[in-house]
Design a protein around this ligand. Sequence first.
Ligand SMILES: *Cc1c(COP(=O)(O)O)cnc(C)c1O
Length: 465
Amino acid sequence: MFQAQTIIEPFRVKVVEPLPLPTREERRAALAAASFNLFSVPADKVTIDLMTDSGTSAMSQEQWAAMMRGDESYAGARSFYRFREAVEDLTGMRHIIPVHQGRAAEKILFTVTGGPDRKVPANTHFDTTRANVEHTGAEAVDLVIEEGRRPETEHPFKGNIDTERLDEFLAAHPGRVPLVVLTVTNNSGGGQPVSLANIRAAREICHRHGVPLFLDCARFAENAWFIRAREEGQAGRSPAEIAREMFRLADGCWMSSKKDAFGNIGGFLAMNDDGLAAECRNLLILTEGFPTYGGLAGRDLEALAVGLREVLDEHYLEYRIRSTAYVWEHLDRAGVPLLRPAGGHAVYLDARAFLPQVPPEELPGQTVSVALYLEGGIRSVEIGTVMFGRTRPDGRQQPGMMDLVRLAIPRRVYTQSHMDYVIEAVRYVFERRDRYRGFRIDFEPPELRHFTCTFAPLGWDPLAE
Ligand SMILES: *Cc1c(COP(=O)(O)O)cnc(C)c1O
């Protein structure tokens, strides 16, 4: 019997979007106009856009068809009930609150539960989660396992929370912890999964201390796939079954549905606690909208309801995880230093190891991302000192924990030949790595500086490359 080794894209293309193919001269001009900040480069000057997998998915014919059924009634729209049924079926939670994207859920949840003297532990907080926790005066604490902090270490579930430290933390701060967060998969930690055993253990510890457990579940389906592929005793189960169990171990969750629901916008907050849900709905009405639309159009709710089911399709998930691993394996074979193992939604280059001649204070991740754009028109994102470091009073950079460059892969958007092109470009830049030097930041805003700061090269001229 024919057993194909190639895992094919489980879809064919019906609508095409032309790929921008700017010349090298145009890319140089775009970099100069953007002061080397790739967030300021217009998308039509980017050939392959791997800046994020958020809101960049290709929707299916079923999603587009569902959008035509969007009910735009202000209150009680049919679309809301279809959305609620899909989320309820997945999470089993009593209260389903739609929001316009993940951070809106975070803003509402932490406005209600945060505040000065409060502490919120997580495996690793995503940057918007951390910002929303800290905005209330609370402290965001990352308790990921030791392996999750080291790019070169192999571990099947690098997103796991350190259960021993969690137990000690909850014992040390009674009454101060409103909830514990597990980010699945762990976005800031490299898209690494959390095991079912770890979720179960975290639940047991949380409940012993009377603290609710929440999932930040933007990539719940990718996490479920990793559990099936890597966790003992899970191989025979469907991703849907595993996902349902993940959610039933938690007391609440929120989702940026711009990830694993194939939405171009959207999200939700869900929980079992009646009192907490009532407080969240009050805030929702203030900032997002009436509880049956939460800042979304009826047609958005329809697309998400379909997407939440589609994403658990085994053929899709196999292709998704395999295509990320494909890029990772080719780069690994070429000797490119990578965060190990491959994540679900992205491949992370280890820029410190990639450019040992550029110290962290001189922003090696920025250099790698600029070189990838200049050579291949590929847009990546620096996740390192620019994003998580800061300028000290003496003007020097306080480095971030790691200096990574993320190649995030939009869902169902690029084909294998696009990825082959990316692999070729990364290899080309890597082979020429000796010539590159660093950057300094010559302007930065007070908060979330990576979006708008500007750069000047140090000891090399990227525009002469
Ligand atoms: C994207 C993301 C968020 C924030 O969601 P937005 O839709 O971008 O507001 C929160 N948590 C995780 C894990 C994410 O990946």
